[in-house]
Design a binder for this molecule. Sequence first.
Ligand code: SF4
Length: 688
Amino acid sequence: AIMREERINKTKTVCTYCGVGCSFDVWTKGRQILKVEPQPEAPANGISTCVKGKFGWDFVNSEERLTKPLIREGDGFRETNWEEALDVIARKFKEAIDQNGPDSLAFISSSKCTNEESYLMQKLARAVVGTNNIDNCSRYCQSPATKGLWRTVGYGGDSGGIEDIAKAGLVISIGSNTTESHPVLATRVKRAQKLHGQKVIVADIRKHELAERADVFIKPAPGSDLVWLSAVTKYIIDQGWHDEAFLRKHVNNVQTFIDSLAVYTLDYAEKATNLSKDEMIAVATAIHEADTSCILWAMGVTQHGGGSDTSTAISNLLLVTGNYMKPGAGAYPLRGHNNVQGASDFGSMPDRFPGYQFVSDDEVRQRYEQKWGVKIPAEPGLNNHEMVDAIHEGKLNILYLKGEDMGIVDSNANYVQAAFEKLDFFVVQDVFFSKTAQFADVVLPASPSLEKEGTFTNTERRVQRLYQVLEPLGDSRPDWMIIRDIANRLGAAWSYKHPSEIMDEAASLAPLFAGVRYDRLEGYNSLQWPVAEDGTDTPLLFKDKFPLPEGKAHLYPVTWTKPLEFGDEYDIHVNNGRLLEHFHEGNLTYRSKAISGKTPEVFLEVSKELAKDRGITDGTKVRLISPYGSVKVRCVVTERVAGKEVYLPMNTSGEGAINYLTSSHSDKDTDTPAYKEVAAKLEVLEPQ
Ligand code: SF4
């Protein structure tokens, strides 16, 4: 709508930062962003936003934005036009396909891009190039949660909406720094706690803000969540507190699962987790006494060698206690990026088409082949983690990466950057010249969310439209246009003029999104998948059956994978996560004045005990050294951490970047890096 003096525009968008999916109007005058105004009808947030959604937009007009394609020349880059950049890419791709086959190329989509862009990226890989080597950065965070849910309840999504979390009698938050990572969602929990007497249990190794407010805070040993969750489940069954009727009607494999719990006695769990029996009994009792319980979890659970199994144990506990199929109950893996849910939903995965249909399923594959008029390989492709190894082994020569600073956000950064050096040809598409772009042969200037149309899917499976607020800056272009143009230079005849046409095609192929159409998403309207053809959506994911054989859920036995041990030399455990003000490596938030003014750099949280022992005070600079690399960072002494635990926020690509310390060790089922299994030795560099 055009307002006073026809100069101020108000345009609805969806936040580019976290998976809560706040939507709001952006007021602009020319390219100037005047303010962000949340609206009561915004489905995920109402009139709330956090500091990032409110003030994190200066980056859009930053002078450091990429505005022209760049081509490597000698040790540097030169600016070029789109014609030349796209021609070079098409030529290199064609040569590689002819000489080494389609599987010598790989594609990585982004959780910052729209659903339509993730759909197109996987279509480019599969239909135009002919490889399933396509993945996205949910591999770094939530794949284990999705795996745990697929195994047990058949859909990898939140059981209900954010509103349902507020209705729960009991909220259990595990390995989630909710207040800083999903601020608006945390506010809903805090309000429910205050107004409706909702009980909150927090399990974490660090006493973060939500832990301070919790009714019960437990602090298990790092990486031991599966053990206490299984012990609580066993205790509940031993007490006869399980939901017999729910299990009989809706769940398979019950007895085999109960037998598998034999080892998880309270005695065993006490030794493995450092929790007392009383603490575990308190958790079991709280679940027993609550009318409904839901469990929120995040990277503290998933980024371990056994992340998928721990996520499975969470779902098992919910099934045993009948905590599915009703508002206020269920599983809530909290998605990190704004569109981490959608990037996988729309098929940027090596083994699945959009809507999670397997590429190995002949009937499904034939449907895609018919629609696209091509042959698609039946074998799954490489995931991100396998791609890095394949580059080192000389099996993968070309990488096309969009919207991700992979060289600094993937674990074991030195190893990943060394892989980039070995690529024959590397295309990086981004808003800024990132750390990763330094390794590219061609850098393509993309437009951020405010400069394009499309849809994002938030943590509650909610598909929402974003409208174009500003014109693309300089020669930058929306990612979907760039992918379309590359495909066409490779011989495709894609005629998409607007993202709605891409969504229509995806909806026609993936039953999960059958009824998703732009006219149903006008303004603040939204749809939670699955969406039937007539437009009926699914706020509560499970009503009377699970999408598994016989319509029943499956209790899935799991065993504990102990976290890595590093020996006495590396005596400091380096926990890591987010700060409220910044987002991931900080390429966007450090370029927003109101945010970087408040929090200009990351810092290492150290305990009072460790500070005393090593002579550290606030501001002391230290070096952390792991077997894989080292970082330098200044310290803050705090009571949030204890003993030899330290906390290093992930929000920098500078000399304090956590992934110079992390290893290539990963979750055994999904290859998600075990970012949380890091140990280091600490040296004081500059005492204050
Ligand atoms: Fe909402 Fe998350 Fe954006 Fe903050 S960062 S405004 S909580 S979507």
